[in-house]
Write a protein that binds this ligand. Structure first.
Ligand code: PMP
Length: 464
């Protein structure tokens, strides 16, 4: 037995770090390396600003994990949680039962969703929702008398979560290597022109990558294919904005072969791209959209699948769907999500993204390409990336292993009280949607400084 531990808000950082290292297994982390270094411990937050236990005021360029869309510290959401906990802290939505927050949230999501997408199946997270999607599209085809249609086509370097289903849909070999991958999922190439486009124009490359879907359908046989899944913009893969030709060609192919289209909107949903959904931004017409993160601005864990009328009708035509979670439509999470959407609507947060924050950040973000180490800068809504490179013209990689320079840059960002993430040698941002022009100035100033310090180190270490 360990000694009883009393944690207060006033324990010194080193003690908290020691307890963290002793007992807390972090996700996607080398825990023994972290134990040596000590975790950075966040204590409080307001708006776009985090404060750690050392008193640093950090600008959060990632909105947590792409989720705190309305910013931190909104009392209305705390009040919604508190009153819902007192009213009805929990009830399930199984066994022919419902409750007011789940009903109200489902109706509200249908209001903001694209036309014809009026049905919501709730989950606790994006990963769980994608597990729902695997089972739902297969069940859909069973009911339609085509039970052999089971294969789901996804993309390399896509990310759809880290449950067995979500991790298998994702195209990240590092995830498949830890625990395997479920059967019946095939991955095609990603529309990553910067790294893989060679001498092709972005438009030709986008078309070529989309046509890999058609090739895969023909190879597997359309009679075996249930669905295609993709993120409108790959997020965890590095904020890869597809060439303009990509999604129209995917849509053509999906329509031609009559397979289901799942848009994973876990990041791109709820205003991130300047519309309620990334599918609207890219003109995609999905049958199912995966949602989570911005649905509650991360204040409560909640996700789900927005399902089109036709799929919902089929799913409802043949008895039970043997699937669901204890926390499907959790009343407290649903009440918080509802309040989050109300704030987004009443405060015109998506208009702010479109008319103020995006145009202002776009100009500054593009300005980073004046730095000798920044090759391209992409930004859709408030989701952006820059490519670090030793040679812009040839889009070259550094002499060091991919990710070495990105990691260094991220470390400089941390040191300069800016949270920006790296994926390989791309730096990515996804700040709270409420960020102001003044805060964007601070973010950019810290980003430039960090990139420049990294550049100096890269030159000194001969990695250029
Ligand atoms: N899909 C996408 C596109 C995501 O970005 C994520 C999380 N980053 C997920 C699914 C998984 O969501 P969660 O972590 O809530 O399970």
């Amino acid at each position: 037995m360990n000694q009883p531990v009393k944690i207060t808000n006033h324990l010194p950082t080193a003690e908290l770090q020691a307890l963290d290292a002793a007992h807390h297994m972090h996700p996607f982390t080398d825990n023994s390396a972290l134990a040596k270094k000590g975790a950075r411990i966040m204590k409080s937050a307001k708006g776009v600003w985090l404060t750690d236990t050392e008193g640093h005021k950090i600008i959060d360029g990632m909105a947590g994990l792409w989720c705190v869309n309305i910013g931190y510290g909104r009392k209305e959401l705390a009040d919604a949680a508190s009153s819902q906990m007192l009213e009805l802290a929990y009830y399930n939505t199984f066994f022919q039962t419902s409750h007011i927050p789940a009903i109200a949230l489902a109706a509200k999501i249908a209001e903001v969703a694209p036309e014809g997408m009026n049905h919501i199946f709730f989950a606790g997270s994006g990963s769980e929702a994608n597990d729902t999607n695997i089972r739902m599209v297969r069940r859909y085809w069973d009911i339609k008398g085509q039970p052999e249609k089971r294969v789901i086509i996804a993309r390399k370097n896509g990310y759809h979560g880290s449950t067995m289903g979500g991790g298998s849909l994702g195209g990240m070999s590092g995830i498949h290597a830890h625990g395997g991958k479920i059967a019946g999922i095939t991955h095609i190439g990603e529309p990553n022109w910067w790294e893989q486009g060679g001498d092709m124009t972005p438009e030709d490359f986008g078309l070529m990558r989309a046509q890999e879907l058609e090739k895969a359908i023909l190879e597997i046989g359309v009679e075996n294919v249930a669905a295609f899944i993709g993120e409108p913009i790959q997020g965890a893969g590095g904020v890869i904005v597809p060439p303009s030709t990509y999604w129209p060609e995917i849509q053509r192919i999906v329509d031609k072969y009559g397979i289901l289209l799942i848009a994973d909107e876990v990041i791109t949903g709820f205003g991130r791209t300047g519309n309620w959904f990334g599918s609207t931004t890219f003109g995609i017409k999905p049958h199912i959209m995966t949602i989570a993160k911005g649905l509650s601005s991360g204040y409560q864990p909640i996700g789900g699948s927005i399902v089109c009328d036709e799929v919902a009708e089929v799913m409802g035509s043949s008895g039970d769907f043997n699937h669901g979670y204890t926390y499907s439509g959790h009343p407290v999470a649903a009440a918080v999500a509802l309040e989050n959407i109300r704030i987004m609507q009443d405060e015109g947060i998506i208009d702010h993204v479109r008319n103020v924050a995006h145009p202002y950040l776009m100009q500054k973000w593009q300005g980073l390409t004046e730095h000798p180490m920044v090759g391209e800068a992409r930004l859709v809504g408030l989701m952006g990336s820059i490519a670090l490179t030793p040679d812009k013209a040839s889009r070259a990689k550094f002499a060091a292993e991919t990710g070495t320079v990105g990691y260094k840059c991220r470390e400089r960002c941390f040191a300069n009280d800016l949270i920006m993430r790296h994926v390989g040698d791309r730096m990515i941002i996804s700040p709270p949607l409420v960020i102001t022009p003044e805060e964007i100035d601070i973010l950019i100033e810290r980003a430039w400084k960090s990139i420049d310090e990294c550049y100096t180190a890269v030159k000194a270490e001969g990695l250029w």
